[in-house]
Design a protein around this ligand. Structure first.
Ligand code: GCO
Ligand code: MG
Length: 418
């Protein structure tokens, strides 16, 4: 109980600074994005990204039907309390839909706090600890010559770190080689496209690819590779050993995310740096990987892991164990997410690298942003908040279209991890 009749359970006092509207915008400028718009009674707008590739409407409904009503009348300044309210108050915890929704609210509240105080969010997080944020982008080709051309093009744009993926002889379209480097595949249609996957064929091929890439670029360029959850622990350990000479910056997602124990086997056999976590949603899924030092980089995404507040918490835990942050930044989260992630990157000591796939022009037009990418480095800019303005009229010209990530089957027809 309180003696002050003005205080309410939502925190703070009723008034012009309270959240007055929470709207969810689903648009598809080339691909689907879910965007949260919070508006205070005195007209301050905060933006959050809530895009979960291939499951967009589940998050839109969670936000519209279950979260938005709870936000009206709340004090937007109480970011941590709102996070706790939505996380602990839901009883049903974690999971990508819940945590993406909480992430969107958290990003939007940081945006409001920045606008209210006139500060870019990185200043509110303690200020810059570096001048700019190292980014890596993607290079891909159906075969090695095409990959090396793609690597050259990326280097010409000034990138110092590049993820390399190729097709696999005997297989058709495979993960990471969509033909359109700016986009992860998200086939529009009522069912996902199906790919054939053969891990043995991949393992015969990929060490040579990575060695050719290293020989082509020389020692300095940072090379990364994503195995996309497709190996057994034994396969991962053998691959790690075989590519040690390549000096990868990281080898990503070697095994499926569910069974973390198996990473011990990989660790015992190779020193290749491991990056994991893009499908994790909370610090609790990262906990043993970090505290048992089974990974070198944690890949949680600001959108899918509870927003700026929670990404910082993950980074704080990781810092104690010399694990660094290398956040997920595919084109299937919006420039709103990228903005939030770069504010974290600029102000977080154990941040290492930000994934940056880039976006087609129309996405930059819908989501106007103060962040910039120059010579392979990102900067959030100094606009108050996260530095985003959404052109809602333009967004409305691109209605939602059903789209899915592909699925993968082994040669015998059984399902495997995509
Ligand atoms: C990455 C990821 C993406 C995911 C995609 C799924 O490292 O960038 O693996 O490519 O597959 O974000 O929606
Ligand atoms: Mg990945």
């Amino acid at each position: 109980m309180t003696d002050d009749p003005q205080l309410s359970p939502g925190g703070g006092r009723p008034g012009a600074d309270r959240i007055a509207a929470a709207e969810v915008i689903v648009s598809s400028p080339g691909r689907n994005f879910v965007t949260l718009k919070l508006t205070t009674a005195d007209g301050v707008v905060g933006w959050g990204d809530a895009t979960l590739n291939g499951r967009e409407l589940a998050v839109a409904s969670y936000l519209r039907d279950h979260v938005a009503p709870l936000l009206i009348g709340r004090d937007p300044a109480r970011i941590e309390d709102t996070w706790q309210y939505l996380y602990r108050g839901a009883y049903w915890r974690r999971g990508p839909v819940t945590m993406t929704s909480i992430g969107a609210v958290d990003i939007a509240l940081w945006d409001i706090k920045g606008k209210v105080t006139g500060q870019p969010v990185y200043q509110l997080l303690g200020g810059a600890v570096r001048d700019r944020v190292l980014a890596y982008t993607h290079a891909a080709g159906r075969d090695v010559p095409a990959l090396l051309d793609s690597v050259d093009a990326v280097r010409e744009r000034g990138f110092e770190a590049v993820r390399v993926q190729t097709g696999v002889p005997g297989l058709g379209t495979v993960y990471g080689v969509s033909g359109d480097a700016a986009y992860e595949p998200a086939g529009r249609g009522v069912v996902p496209t199906e790919e054939v996957w053969d891990t043995d064929a991949y393992l015969r091929h990929i060490p040579g690819v990575l060695a050719a890439a290293r020989e082509h670029v020389g020692p300095e360029l940072k090379l990364l590779h994503d195995a996309h959850h497709r190996l057994t622990p034994g396969q991962a350990a053998r691959l790690g050993r075989r590519v040690e000479e390549v000096d990868l910056f990281w080898l990503e997602d070697v095994t499926p995310a569910e069974n973390q124990e198996v990473l011990r086997h990989v660790r015992n056999h190779t020193t290749v740096p491991l990056a994991i976590g893009e499908v994790f949603n909370t610090v609790w899924e990262c906990q043993s990987l970090i505290t048992e030092q089974l990974i070198d980089f944690v890949r949680t995404c600001v959108t899918h892991a509870g927003g700026i507040s929670h990404l910082r918490r993950i980074a704080a835990l990781a810092d104690l164990w010399q694990v660094k942050l290398g956040p997920h930044g595919p084109s299937d989260v919006s420039p709103v997410a990228l903005a939030a992630s770069v504010h974290v990157g600029l102000s977080t000591p154990n941040f290492a690298i930000q994934e940056y796939m880039g976006y087609p022009d129309v996405v930059h037009e819908v989501f106007r942003h103060s962040w910039s990418c120059t010579d392979g480095h990102l900067h959030p800019g100094d606009a108050p908040g996260i530095g985003i303005e959404v052109d809602e009229q333009l967004a409305a010209r691109f209605p939602y279209e059903q789209a899915y990530l592909p699925v993968a089957r082994r040669r015998d027809g059984s399902m495997t991890d995509w």
